[in-house]
Design a protein around this ligand. Structure first.
Ligand code: FPP
Length: 224
């Protein structure tokens, strides 16, 4: 049975779910947040140590202003209402990407990271304004600036995911098979699961099924 430390998720399909069932993309994002809460709970149940969630990519800035505003409002309210809960559950919140948001959201994110920084049951890496190519380029620039040898170990050290083991599993919901600039360096040997269901419809049983499948896979990391 494969050990499972780190699950990364591309939570795709909120918009389509919202249009289909509520005639509103934003209603899909709201429902998507409920799925986030369910999957956090199940991750603890499954003793997963790292859960990386792709919440907003560098490319998502191309969306209509109203939708972006709604998403950030949702995140603000989530932080305001849920951070104490997360903290009580010994969950650590870390932001990967760039904190290029409103002063209010930046403050909330900083406060949440600071409050939970010594927690160690589950680490949630929230990818916000995240793009993998930018992350890799920035790491290479830092290596050059600090005159460090360019090798795998040093590159890892300069990534935003430093000290975090690579994802064992990458899940993408929403019936689309692409990686959308997410953790391209880190998923070199991850087991990838493309899930037909839209993110708001994804549930703990779907998550459990994926974990069960993953545990039985023969992972040889290039050997035989
Ligand atoms: C992709 O679905 C989803 C997003 C860009 C946002 C993810 C946000 C959430 C799951 C809820 C908020 C989370 C937090 C932590 C506050 P899409 O809109 O691209 O769906 P589509 O492919 O159907 O258009």
């Amino acid at each position: 049975m494969n050990p499972l430390k780190h699950v990364a998720i591309i939570m795709d399909g909120n918009g389509r779910w919202g249009i289909k069932y509520k005639n509103s993309r934003n209603a899909g994002h709201k429902a998507g947040l409920n799925t986030v809460e369910k999957i956090i709970k199940e991750s603890i149940e499954q003793k997963i140590q790292y859960l990386t969630l792709y919440a907003f990519s560098t490319e998502n800035w191309r969306r209509p202003k109203e939708e972006i505003k709604f998403l950030f409002n949702l995140l603000e309210n989530f932080l305001i209402n849920k951070i104490n809960d997360l903290h009580k559950q010994n969950i650590k919140l870390k932001i990967i990407g760039g904190k290029k948001f409103s002063k209010k959201l930046n403050n909330l994110l900083n406060k949440a990271e600071k409050k939970t920084c010594t927690n160690n049951k589950l680490q949630i890496n929230l990818a916000l304004n995240y793009g993998s190519k930018t992350e890799i380029l920035n790491a290479v620039k830092k290596l050059i600036k600090n005159k460090e040898t360019i090798n795998e170990k040093n590159l890892n050290k300069n990534m935003q995911t430093k000290n975090i083991p690579d994802p064992d599993i990458l899940i993408r919901t929403g019936n689309t098979k692409r990686l959308s600039n997410f953790l391209l360096w880190q998923i070199a040997y991850s087991e990838i699961f493309f899930e037909k269901k839209l993110w708001p419809a994804f549930n703990k049983n779907d998550f459990r099924k994926i974990i069960k499948k993953y545990k039985k896979i023969k992972r040889n990391f290039g050997s035989i």
